[in-house]
Design a protein around this ligand. Structure first.
Ligand SMILES: Nc1ncnc2c1ncn2[C@@H]1O[C@H](COP(=O)(O)OP(=O)(O)OP(=O)(O)O)[C@@H](O)[C@H]1O
Length: 272
């Protein structure tokens, strides 16, 4: 599958925060506390995510992964602490930070091409550039022949590929992914992971990726953070670089990292 470098957004539309000059975005979570009703979901959580880093968040069900992701997206306002994107407080959503969900959120009345086109439009890509960029992204996710189909005519895996194209199109500077491949069969999931890695290699973007799947975390992450059942950081593990030509360093790191992740998950479950 060739990557034809869809360009970055060049004009403004729908932005609710100012644009920054650099490409991938740095994100800092500072002493974050989030309560829902009388329950404290996240408590005193601090985390720095470097520009272009792929950070995987994992942890037991209900520990607050989606809550943290939504706060980074600007979809909720923290009670305590703050989140900074390129050093500026996150106060609302921004087209610079895209979200990709597990659920199917494609617009059912728009064709595949028009779903991707909408994302480009919302990210401020001029109309004259959009047609080429839609074609390019559909080629990247292997759906060029399905551009005029409605989502209901596609398989689950194909719809998820459209969602991935929609999340990455227009080059958001950060992509926040909440178990995006969780509902897919193992083979499609593996293909989607490879596609995501290839796409991110071509378009460096900061990614926060939530998953329950330890192998997925190891395949994708530059770093894996395990949250405890009580919404604090239990482990923060660097995974080897993907840059080595044969992947040896990464494989060596992966075995040690897998043991640490499984150990941390075991401890969080037993303490719940
Ligand atoms: N709108 C809400 N009202 C009440 N409680 C909520 C709401 N949203 C989330 N919660 C609670 O907050 C906690 C954290 O939820 P969250 O979805 O962030 O966890 P998670 O780690 O993403 O879980 P999972 O892995 O199962 O998706 C859970 O106990 C959940 O029940």
């Amino acid at each position: 599958m060739t990557i034809e470098s869809p360009g970055r957004a060049t004009s403004t539309a729908m932005a609710s925060e100012p644009e920054a000059a650099s490409e991938a975005m740095s994100i800092e979570v500072r002493d974050l506390g989030i309560d829902i009703g009388a329950s404290t979901i996240l408590d005193d959580l601090s985390l720095t995510i470097g520009a272009g880093e792929i950070l995987v968040l994992t942890g037991p069900s209900g520990c607050g992964k989606s809550t943290l992701l939504r706060a980074i997206a600007g979809l909720s306002t923290p009670r305590r602490g703050q989140i900074l994107a390129d050093g500026r407080p996150v106060t609302t959503t921004s087209r610079d930070r895209a979200m990709v969900f597990q659920e199917d959120v494609l617009l059912p009345w728009r064709t595949v091409a028009r779903n991707v086109d909408l994302a480009l439009r919302l990210r401020g890509v001029p109309k004259t550039e959009r047609r080429d960029q839609v074609d390019s992204w559909l080629s990247e996710v292997g759906l060029s022949d399905f551009r005029d189909y409605l989502p209901r005519s596609l398989s689950g895996g194909m719809r998820q590929r459209v969602q991935l194209a929609r999340g990455l199109a227009g080059a958001p500077r950060a992509v926040l992914m909440d178990e995006p491949f969780g509902a897919l069969d193992a083979q499609t999931r593996h293909a989607m992971q490879s596609l995501l890695i290839r796409t991110l290699d071509a378009h460096p973007t900061t990614v926060v990726f939530v998953t329950h799947d330890v192998e997925e975390a190891l395949a994708l992450g530059d770093r894996v953070v395990v949250l405890s059942a009580h919404g604090s950081i239990r482990e923060d593990i660097a995974i080897g670089s993907r840059d080595t030509s044969d992947g040896t360093d990464r494989r060596e790191h992966a075995d040690a990292a897998r043991a640490r992740i499984l150990n941390a998950l075991g401890e969080t479950r037993s303490r719940k």
